[in-house]
Design a protein around this ligand. Structure first.
Ligand SMILES: [Zn+2]
Ligand SMILES: [Zn+2]
Length: 384
């Protein structure tokens, strides 16, 4: 099969690798038809993680089932499925509580002895190959495959967002504690930030503010009814306070992560976190789904080598704010979000800017990594 293989920093190639296959009776084999490039792929692409050269990227996957192991009951050959980026087992202490991002069965204990969580094609998240390829092995297929309705094939660009970014954006608003009628500020108008904004609109926010500096992304935020805040034109905190009568937003979302940088390009891994403390009200809630890592092999900020940031904890405490963090438990949301899509209440494909054949992945990675104007979200198509 063909696959997008990581050679080293900013170097990926599409090449033939051994076919994914059924390895355990509970596996499902999926022929991937749509697979996204994610912002979190870029941390690995840029060499900012310990992702091993020779590995296959791709954790936002959709396709059609071509084979099922003998212990698979529910999923059938021919089913169209969206596959959560988390690989859960369904029966461990965390999966049973809906915390599928922190599965204790599928995690790689060589990373940390008490490691929780696994994902496809992801640094530190286990040996699982990614789905930017013709085929993907899905462990515990009955649990991890979300069956899609009859319009799946035609609406792949909507349903493929169920693998990660739509649930992740939704999760961020959940971690922040958003209630109907509240205001929310979202830092980052990349794909996840835009999905958080889309989710906040669906969940009845009275005002959704989105902070970024790329005109194409801010235009997309405005296209769904959000207020665009350009942080290259002045302090985003001041702009949020001005829009909220000096009080601050009820809720805030971090959708940038540790490579947050100022308009001049200098990275400050604490920048969005401290902006959130200042632009969210007393007693407000903050959700953090932007990626932070325990170790950065090539930090711009010396302290962040060990994953540490200078956090404005005094003000955070003084304001009585709460914060929720971490990867999204996709299984906790993807069924409901699928039904929002199928009934037309949600249309997450509005962020897709490029559909590209799998062969062109290296070029697409270059453009997306450079944040080239108009490259907001890439869906790779295998053409199978
Ligand atoms: Zn992703
Ligand atoms: Zn589990």
């Amino acid at each position: 099969m063909r696959a997008v293989v990581y050679n080293g920093p900013r170097d990926v190639v599409v090449q033939d690798v051994p076919d994914a296959r059924i390895e355990k009776p509970t596996d499902v084999l999926v022929r991937i038809t749509s697979t996204n490039i994610c912002g979190s792929d870029l941390h690995m692409y840029e060499g900012r993680t310990d992702f091993t050269p020779g590995g296959v990227f791709g954790h936002e996957n959709l396709g059609q089932v071509v084979e099922v192991g003998p212990a698979v009951d529910r999923v059938k050959v021919g089913d169209w499925v969206a596959i959560p980026f988390n690989i859960g087992c369904g029966f461990c202490r965390n999966c049973e509580r809906g915390l599928s991002a922190f599965c204790l069965t599928t995690s790689d204990r060589s990373v940390f002895p008490d490691m929780a969580g696994a994902a496809y094609g992801f640094a530190g998240m286990g040996p699982y190959r990614g789905g930017q390829a013709d085929l993907l092995r899905v462990p515990y297929g009955d649990y991890n495959c979300l069956k899609l309705p009859p319009d799946a094939q035609e609406r792949q660009n909507d349903y493929v967002m169920l693998a990660d970014i739509f649930p992740t954006g939704w999760h961020c608003t959940e971690l922040a504690g958003l209630c109907p009628g509240e205001s929310i500020v979202i830092y980052g108008a990349g794909p996840v930030g835009l999905m958080a904004a889309h989710s906040a609109m669906i969940r009845g926010a009275c005002m959704v503010m989105v902070v970024d500096r790329h005109p194409d992304r801010l235009r997309l935020a405005e296209s769904i009814g959000a207020v665009a805040i350009d942080d290259s034109k002045g302090s985003p905190v001041d702009q949020v306070l001005e829009l909220t009568n000096g009080i601050g937003a009820d809720r805030g979302c971090e959708c940038v992560g540790y490579q947050a940088h100022d308009p001049a390009g200098q990275e400050h891994p604490n920048m969005t976190m401290n902006h959130l403390v200042k632009s969210v009200k007393f007693t407000g809630g903050i959700g953090v789904v932007g990626v932070f890592v325990p170790e950065d092999p090539a930090p711009q900020d010396a302290l962040y080598k060990q994953g540490e940031i200078v956090f404005d904890y005094g003000l955070f405490w003084f304001k009585g704010q709460t914060m929720g963090t971490g990867q999204c438990n996709v299984k906790a949301y993807n069924r409901q979000l699928r039904d929002l899509i199928s009934t037309g209440r949600a249309n997450p494909s509005f962020i897709v800017s490029h559909e590209t054949p799998l062969e062109d992945a290296p070029d697409a990675y270059r453009h997306f990594d450079a944040r080239d104007d108009g490259w907001t979200k890439v869906v790779l198509k295998t053409g199978a």
